[in-house]
Design a protein around this ligand. Structure first.
Ligand code: FAD
Length: 464
């Protein structure tokens, strides 16, 4: 009997538990549904849509090489799957677990919808080293804080073995109708803002594996290079991982024998990704609500309160704050859909502490513009920077963008993304004074010292 494979953020063939299980049971019908209703305000934005288009295009080709096709549909995923199950007589729908609240809700609703049918929903664990909730404290609770979580995960390693890749896939002789991907209009047309994305990325499972081949030779330098945005010294795996074009288990097995300090640190970053899922598994609204309780009305300068605050937020979004490292990061994000991790921290801290704008505005902007924008990783990191989350409170740790820029040698990075500063020498590029600042580069929105004092005072008042 046919087996439906419900694809979501797991757009790959290798180490794909749902596909693997389905292929063992019978002919497979892989289905991807563009469901813009169920995620509510988390409907995917422009950068995500661009990536999704190319990833589905690539995956369709991979299935094609195995004489198989994907069925594409648009609408409510639960209704569509229930109808497909009926129409095809499928014995089961296989999917990998996803932990975003709308995905979990869809799993529950689908389970209910199939109750009176001869079709089972079978959920598999696929996109993390371990399913969230596996690492528990002595009393059996999931961890809230990263460091003990990391220690516990390290004790659980290795993860399961990689699954063998299906060489050929059998399919029923007739397949349900499929939409044409081009009719979904996922790519921008007027204006076509995706030039930078095309230049920066090759999307899809094969590209992810090629990047991993390259990374296997580079990972030993990760410890030294990971904080230097001018260097290509991180794996840039995040969108491939977010979309499930490669599994972290594949990465782990490929790199485990590297035995360098670089690999040790890299492994901990992959564990960070598991940690973020572990957080939203416990607190599904974490990316929407501060975990800590303090008077946020006193703390934040709300952009809807005045044109001035709104225009400061827009200056941050478009890389015109007058702080070169922040502007380079925000422009890299706009151009490529990605930003270096060190600069993400600096830019996030700037919005929250220098401009005193609620972290949720930043989280939202990143969600809309990152190709790796991930409900769990983004929310967890924004709350981590703002000090409103489950970790120890770090609101008063205010990053100094100018000295960070020098310390992490960002001159090359600034020259690349802020061309109006490209002619400045290393001495002046991090913090151009009046004499060196070109006319078309803005003055600072606020001085560092003044911003720091204002933030600390607002924080004190919010706790009174
Ligand atoms: P590498 O340094 O090569 O790390 C390898 C992998 O480990 C990454 O691909 C990623 O999957 C994971 N990882 C690394 N650091 C983290 C981290 N701090 N949290 C969770 N996973 C991590 N990452 C996202 O994947 N999606 C997001 O939406 C996201 N939003 C962020 C927002 C802010 C404010 C900050 C400070 C960080 C955010 N990160 C996010 C984490 C991190 O910046 C990116 O994962 C990383 O920059 C991706 O580049 P890379 O693949 O070269 O990372």
């Amino acid at each position: 009997q046919p087996q439906i494979v419900w694809l979501r953020r797991d757009l790959r063939i290798k180490d794909q538990p749902a596909l693997h299980a389905a292929a063992q049971e019978g002919p497979v019908i892989p289905v991807y549904i563009l469901d813009d209703e169920r995620p509510g305000d988390r409907k995917i934005g422009g950068a995500h849509r661009w990536w999704l288009h190319h990833s589905l295009e690539d995956l369709s080709k991979s299935f094609g090489r195995r004489n198989a096709k994907i069925v594409l549909r648009r609408g409510d995923s639960v209704d569509i799957l229930a109808k497909l199950a009926e129409e095809t007589g499928a014995a089961a729908i296989h999917a990998n677990h996803h932990y975003e609240p709308w995905h979990k809700q869809a799993e529950e609703d689908l389970h209910d919808a199939l109750k009176d049918m001869d079709c089972e929903l079978e959920l598999h664990h696929g996109n993390y080293l371990f399913p969230p909730g596996t690492a528990t404290t002595g009393s059996g609770d999931p961890y809230k804080i990263y460091t003990p979580f990391k220690k516990a995960v390290k004790d659980l390693l290795p993860p399961r073995d990689e699954l063998p890749e299906p060489e050929t896939l059998s399919q029923p002789s007739s397949l349900p109708e499929s939409d044409d991907l081009d009719d979904w209009d996922l790519l921008p047309t007027k204006p076509d803002w995706a030039g930078g994305l095309r230049e920066f990325w090759t999307v899809g499972e094969d590209a992810a594996h090629k990047r991993l081949d390259w990374w296997a030779d580079e990972v030993s330098g990760y410890d030294d290079g990971r904080n230097l945005p001018s260097k290509d010294a991180t794996s840039q795996m995040s969108p491939h991982l977010h979309w499930g074009e490669i599994s972290p288990i594949t990465i782990w097995h490929r790199l485990k024998d590297k035995r360098s300090d670089g690999w040790q640190t890299y492994e901990e970053e992959i564990i960070w990704r598991d940690y973020a899922q572990n957080v939203i598994y416990q607190f599904p609204d974490y990316p929407r609500e501060s975990y800590r309780d303090y008077d946020e009305r006193t703390l934040w300068r709300n952009p809807s309160r005045s044109d001035q605050i709104q225009s400061e937020m827009e200056a941050w979004q478009h890389g015109r704050t007058g702080y070169p490292i922040v502007d380079a990061g925000m422009r890299q994000l706009w151009k490529t859909g990605w930003m270096h991790n060190r600069v993400r921290m600096i830019a996030a801290s700037f919005l929250i502490k220098h401009l005193l704008i609620d972290w949720r505005h930043g989280e939202r902007w990143f969600w809309d513009t990152l190709v790796d924008g991930d409900y769990a990783s983004n929310g967890t990191n924004w709350q981590w920077v703002s000090g409103t989350g489950v970790d120890s409170n770090m609101f008063s740790r205010i990053m100094a963008p100018l000295s960070q820029s020098e310390k992490f040698d960002a001159a090359g990075y600034i020259r690349e993304y802020v061309p109006e500063l490209a002619d400045l020498d290393d001495e002046h590029i991090h913090d151009p004074d009046d004499e060196h600042r070109p006319d078309d580069y803005p003055d600072k929105l606020i001085g560092h010292k003044e911003a720091r004092e204002r933030a600390l005072e607002a924080y004190r008042n919010s706790k009174d």
